[in-house]
Design a protein around this ligand. Structure first.
Ligand SMILES: *Cc1c(COP(=O)(O)O)cnc(C)c1O
Length: 370
């Protein structure tokens, strides 16, 4: 039996290999290694794809978040509200921008940010709230936005996992600013690190571009202390080739998720919940395995059977040593903590076949029965 990976980057590469090879030749011939025509073209194409008019390519998703936070005014003394159930980068970006992360729990079913808890955590020091569109679907940003109406608090969306997703027809960043990651394993992945910030407000993206280019709009004129966070031409070639296929790839992910939903219905696992109004792009398909320690045993058995299962994520932010200094004790965010102990991500990628899914589900069935 051949192994089934969590994500099959080789299968994606096979589809774009020729375009990437000719694009790389173009970049090398033109010596446009940082920025340049490929990057500009990608930024336009990504803006058109998402439907958010302005896009700035940056070096990675964590930088994209940090730059977006700085662009809306987060700095020393700012509080930023974010969910405890997220990848560590969301909290890192807040800290790197000089802000103080204020954590809130997730909803028990969708595992996305608890909007009511986020609104309740807002204080006069709050400069931004970061909803994280985890696993491939958007959190209820419209409820967050109406709850924040009239207050001077920005919404900076963490859209690293939701390229192509919409909520009530609106993409991340359409009404504010969103940061995304093109880490290789993301729905749209580069061949290295890359990221982007999108916004409908050209002043915000212009600020992000300047901050990511040494605080400079004109060469050698530095208005603020910025950083070096730019997209490079070779990555833009890869991203353009993959972007042309992303709608089809996301549709294939949706079909695979639906197949899992059907195959897993009889099993003793909790299947993922999609919020009404969401067009999900299934960056991650994660079930929950109830029972103490049971998830870890199931994961071990799947690994032994050659199934690329994983946990996203084993520790909520407040239980990592890096953020222990925030002072949240175990038990502070019960839904996030329970999820961390139960979540199990199954292989999902556009080229995953129905046969492979049947093998995954058979292995999971056996592991659960053990
Ligand atoms: C991947 C990811 C990031 C960070 O992106 P990098 O490109 O790896 O820096 C941020 N937030 C979430 C939710 C992510 O999944």
């Amino acid at each position: 039996m051949t192994d089934i990976p969590l994500v099959d980057l080789a299968a994606a590469h096979a589809e774009v290999a020729e375009e990437v090879a000719t694009g790389f030749k173009r970049v090398i011939a033109g010596n446009a290694f940082v920025g340049g025509a490929e990057v500009a073209a990608f930024e336009q194409e990504y803006a058109a794809f998402t439907g958010v008019p302005h896009c700035v390519g940056v070096a990675n998703g964590t930088d994209a978040l940090e730059l977006a936070l700085r662009a809306v005014g987060v700095g020393p003394g700012s509080e930023v509200v974010l969910p405890a159930n997220t990848f560590i980068a969301t909290a890192e970006a807040v800290a790197r921008a000089g802000g103080r992360p204020v954590l809130v729990d997730c909803e028990p079913d969708s595992l996305l940010i608890d909007v009511d808890a986020a609104l309740a955590a807002v204080t006069p020091a709050t400069r931004a709230v970061v909803p994280v569109h985890l696993y491939g679907q958007l959190a209820a940003v419209e409820r967050l936005r109406s709850g924040l109406a009239g207050r001077d608090v920005a919404i900076v969306e963490d859209a690293a996992q939701c390229q192509g997703a919409t909520r009530h027809g609106r993409p991340a960043g359409a009404d504010g600013i969103a940061a995304t990651s093109f880490y290789p394993g993301k729905n749209l992945g580069a061949y290295g690190d890359a990221g982007a910030v999108v916004s409908a407000d050209p002043a915000l993206t212009a600020l992000v571009r300047a901050l990511g280019n040494h605080g400079s709009v004109r060469r050698y004129e530095h208005d603020v202390i910025g950083m070096n966070s730019r997209l490079d031409g070779l990555q833009a070639v890869v991203l353009r080739a993959k972007l042309a296929r992303l709608a089809d790839w996301n549709a294939a992910r949706r079909a695979a998720a639906q197949r899992y939903d059907e195959l897993l219905a009889p099993l003793d696992v909790v299947r993922p919940v999609t919020l009404p109004g969401n067009r999900h792009v299934w960056h991650i398909y994660c079930v929950r395995v109830p029972g103490t320690g049971r998830r870890d045993r199931v994961l071990e058995m799947l690994t032994a059977a050659g199934i690329g299962a994983a946990v996203h994520y084993p520790y909520p932010v407040h239980l990592t040593p890096a953020f222990a200094g925030l002072g949240y004790p175990p038990g502070a965010f019960p839904h996030a903590e329970r999820a961390a102990g139960q979540l199990l991500s199954l292989p999902i990628y556009p080229q995953l076949t129905a046969r492979q899914q049947a093998v995954v589900v058979a292995a999971l069935t056996a592991a659960l029965a053990h």
